[in-house]
Design a protein around this ligand. Structure first.
Ligand SMILES: Cc1cc2nc3c(=O)[nH]c(=O)nc-3n(C[C@H](O)[C@H](O)[C@H](O)COP(=O)(O)O)c2cc1C
Length: 237
């Protein structure tokens, strides 16, 4: 069933995850303040954040109306893009499900100098990520391509990446800063082992030139397709 054929009441999204993960959030914030370079704690066994979508969903069109007005099909009316960076494939899997459900195009954000397993070893204080982390907002990771083809044609853009040290991966810096998001609805999404969304979405939006940035979503590294579908259905698109 394609989500794009549904018309929903536009209801402000509330992420109950923030409440559920309050303790974890506080812990993360405390961690970030306590030292310039903190190790992340991506423990697979940590209790997952409650990502249950809070938005309600009520069909407001009859099946007849839908049949008579195929232009209401969002995917047919305006192309949707899923732009994402993934290092170990988790965010990529979420991106592919979103693309399939939204009948969207995808754009893989690629580094000119890709991060190897050694580079992302956050346990090693001399690794690339450990060295970059203290100046994460200034890191300028050169990308193979910053702007997706036909960028101007997309009015709805999903932007995804892994969470690195409790916030969005700095691989995204150039993509977010160098593209104009004016006139676009932007939906950020993330994967992490255990950290909650935190301020990953608002911090990313703050770097962007314009755009209507919806509240973001954090998925666990192994999020199920059903979880992703439910979230998509809750979006006020
Ligand atoms: C440098 C680095 C830092 C990370 N920091 C965190 C973190 O703070 N919290 C967390 O839960 N997971 C953390 N992780 C785990 C990733 O967020 C998680 O594995 C994610 O799903 C990876 O996505 P990807 O496969 O798309 O690269 C970190 C991973 C790396 C490589």
């Amino acid at each position: 069933m394609s989500i794009s054929r549904r018309v929903f009441v536009k209801t402000a999204m509330t992420l109950s995850a923030a409440t559920a993960a309050g303790g974890l959030l506080a812990a993360c914030a405390q961690e970030e303040q306590s030292a310039s370079v903190e190790r992340p704690e991506p423990e697979e066994t940590a209790s997952e954040v409650d990502n249950t979508p809070a938005a309600t969903r009520e069909p407001v069109e009859t099946p007849e109306a839908e049949e008579a007005a195929p232009a209401s099909d969002a995917a047919a009316a305006a192309p949707v893009l899923v732009a994402y960076y993934t290092n170990t494939g988790n965010t990529g899997r979420v991106a592919e499900v979103i693309a399939q459900e939204m009948q969207a195009d995808t754009f893989l954000i690629e580094c000119m100098d890709p991060y190897t397993a050694e580079d992302v070893n956050w346990r090693d204080e001399n690794s690339r990520v450990s060295q970059e982390m203290p100046r994460r907002s200034e890191v300028d990771v050169e990308l193979v391509s910053v702007t997706p083809p036909d960028w101007d044609s997309y009015k709805t853009v999903f932007v995804g990446c892994p969470i690195w040290w409790q916030s969005f991966s700095w691989v995204m810096n150039d993509f977010v800063r160098q593209n104009s998001f004016q006139g676009k609805t932007v939906i950020p999404f993330f994967t992490s082992s255990s950290s909650p969304l935190g301020e990953s979405d608002t911090a990313m939006a703050a770097e962007a030139d314009g755009g209507d940035w919806l509240p973001g979503m954090r998925f666990s590294s192994g999020a199920s397709e059903e979880e992703i579908r439910q979230w998509l259905e809750s979006l006020p698109l």
